[in-house]
Ligand binder design. Structure first.
Ligand code: ADX
Length: 215
């Protein structure tokens, strides 16, 4: 007999199993610090938040290249890419965005536990979801970078034409136009790309990491 994904998803026994409370976290002999230590680095999650077209992905890519050149083992997680794979079942309603960030937070944590320096670039528009991710990480692992480029400049850049579509009402829930962006309350770093070049932005993040013994 063939069992389809829908059968499995709606089977009450399997659903019940999925919600099982009989789960216990196993202790591990090696810690994230041990795993990172073999690479001579400290695990971190550098989390870039900001509007679409604010410069998050460009800075994240340049930062990864720079850290790679310094011999650091990194991994880049980016909004559009993750939404084409792991999170392709999610849209842009608030509930989906929170689930998007929850899953990415869990993935970033696994990667940090593997000893990597994770660079994450997501709009992540809600303070509560960013706090949720921060609290998931070991203390001090999470570096929140607010890419604070103003809406007017993001909209003028509009590299994918999405702002224009949102203004025409062709995209619902578009951040900054018809969905909110809550500015971070206390980010470790603020970068406005109307004043800073990508190179400056990368240097500011690297300086912060060096000062905090990260890079
Ligand atoms: S988040 O809000 O859930 O954190 P995420 O960073 O994963 O968003 O994805 C943002 C990308 O999705 C944008 O760069 C843009 O290309 C695309 N996108 C498509 N629809 C929307 C929308 N309604 N609001 C914002 N971004 C959108």
């Amino acid at each position: 007999m063939n069992v389809s994904a829908i059968d499995v998803a709606s089977d009450p026994f399997i659903l019940n199993e999925r919600l099982s409370v009989e789960l216990h976290r196993h202790s591990e002999l090696l810690s994230r610090v041990d795993r990172a230590g073999i690479k001579g680095q400290k695990p971190r999650v550098i989390w870039l938040t900001g509007l679409s077209a604010s410069g998050k992905s460009t800075i994240a890519n340049a930062l990864e290249l720079r850290l790679h050149g310094m011999g650091r083992h990194t991994m880049l997680l980016d909004g559009d890419n993750v939404r084409l794979g792991l999170n392709k079942d999610l849209g842009f309603a608030a509930v989906d965005r929170v689930e998007n960030i929850r899953r990415i937070g869990e993935v970033a944590k696994l990667m940090a536990d593997a000893g990597l320096i994770v660079i994450a670039a997501f709009i992540s528009p809600y303070q509560a979801e960013r706090t949720m991710v921060r609290e998931l990480m070991s203390k001090g692992d999470f570096v929140e970078v607010f890419v604070s480029t103003p809406l007017e400049l993001c909209e003028a850049r509009d590299p994918k034409g999405l702002y224009k579509k949102a203004r025409r009402g062709e995209i619902l829930n578009f951040t900054g136009i018809n969905a909110p962006y809550e500015e971070p309350e206390s980010p470790e770093i603020i970068l406005d790309t109307s004043y800073k070049t990508v190179e400056d932005a990368v240097e500011i993040i690297i300086d912060f990491m060096c000062q905090h013994g990260v890079a």
